[in-house]
Design a protein around this ligand. Structure first.
Ligand code: TRP
Length: 351
């Protein structure tokens, strides 16, 4: 078990209260969440966040999903593949159960008002506040290069993503908590200096812990250790076959001593909805081969309906583009409205 910092523990307690409030009155909430289109979404996204978004949508919460394409530029070059990646991400969302008739899907790049909103927000934070964000620090370290200006400031951009549509709830993993803190700071400072315009949004932490990738490090599109939602059964089998384990025959759940085996057990446990030690006992003397065989089967089985829907959607690129066009147009309307309010609050001439 990982231990939590005091602010993480407080956010977890607050999230439990929020869950109860959502059950009582889902219509009081507007959610904004999103993902960077840096590759295909994977099982970690599905179990960690997509499933939760769909659940909230189905409870009657208003859900807005962002394809954070400009955020790709924080640590890599964009390229000609980006359009396809974005279309694939929209397909992943729909296949996972995001309903475009109830929820909005849009992309940063189609809503320039968000970038404009970021300008006045940048003026509300100090250079030191930007530099002390632990998630940004870790990301700077991971790139191994001097950070570009967007990597340092994207949490402010993210504040604009959230506040442009007056979202009051943001489902996040622990790594995104510092960004949410900054969003809350920006909202409070804006309201204090220019009048009450923005809600101060709450993070909603999911109870599901972060799933590891097949090699035990964080599941990630770029590390090649993730089972993509769009992967075929054979690709899934190949990835799992290659996952590192150890030479001990008896399968036991010992995350520290046997990280490779524990990772596979975590994934199988998540797919079956059972605790990892119980799953380990069922495999027992079957060894790593049996563990991998059962994991492959469980993953492919669990993903079968989603993958079928996704294949169907992938054959309708015109429909995917239409869903995004519709979401973009609506997001632009909302953003233009917010920006009018901001101009007025700042004393800028009306546009
Ligand atoms: N940073 C998020 C990620 O790593 C993506 C994102 C961009 C986001 N803007 C957001 C998430 C606003 C929540 C709210 O995937």
């Amino acid at each position: 078990m990982s231990s939590y910092t005091p602010s993480q523990a407080a956010a977890l307690r607050r999230s439990a209260d929020l869950e109860a409030e959502i059950q009582r009155g889902p219509a009081a909430f507007r959610i904004l969440t999103g993902d960077r289109p840096t590759g295909r979404l994977h099982v970690g996204h599905l179990l960690g966040s997509l499933r939760n978004r769909v659940r909230l949508q189905n409870l009657g919460v208003e859900v807005i999903v962002l394809v954070a394409d400009y955020q790709v530029l924080t640590d890599r070059r964009a390229g000609p593949d980006l359009t396809d990646t974005i279309r694939g991400q929209v397909a992943d969302y729909l296949a996972a159960g995001i309903d475009p008739d109830r929820s909005l899907i849009f992309a940063h790049s189609a809503v320039p008002q968000i970038a404009e909103l970021m300008l006045s927000f940048l003026a509300l934070v100090t250079d030191a506040e930007l530099h002390r964000n632990p998630t940004v620090k870790a990301e700077i370290e991971a790139t191994g290069r001097p950070p570009n200006g967007l990597l340092l400031t994207y949490p402010v951009h993210q504040a604009a993503d959230i506040l442009f549509c007056h979202a009051n709830l943001v489902p996040v993993g622990l790594d995104q908590l510092p960004h949410l803190e900054l969003t809350r700071l920006v909202a409070r400072r804006f309201n204090a200096q220019y009048g009450p315009l923005f809600p101060v949004p709450d993070p909603l932490l999911s109870a599901t812990p972060l799933l590891p990738g097949l090699d035990g490090t964080k599941m990630s599109k770029s590390r090649g250790n993730a089972i993509a939602l769009a992967a075929t059964d054979d690709e899934t089998a190949r990835l799992i076959r290659r996952a590192p384990t150890d030479a001990e025959r008896l399968i036991t759940y010992e995350p520290v001593r046997r990280p490779g085996v524990a990772t596979l057990l975590d994934l199988l446990a998540a797919a079956r909805g059972e605790p990892p030690p119980a799953v380990a006992e069922q495999i027992g003397a079957g060894g790593a081969a049996r563990l991998k065989g059962e994991l492959t089967e469980a993953m492919n089985e669990a993903l079968r309906p989603l993958r079928a829907r996704r294949r169907e959607l992938a054959g309708q690129p015109g429909y995917l583009d239409e869903v995004l066009r519709h979401g973009n147009a609506r997001a632009r309307e909302i953003a233009a409205d917010t920006l009018r309010g901001v101009h007025c609050a700042l004393g800028l001439p009306p546009t």
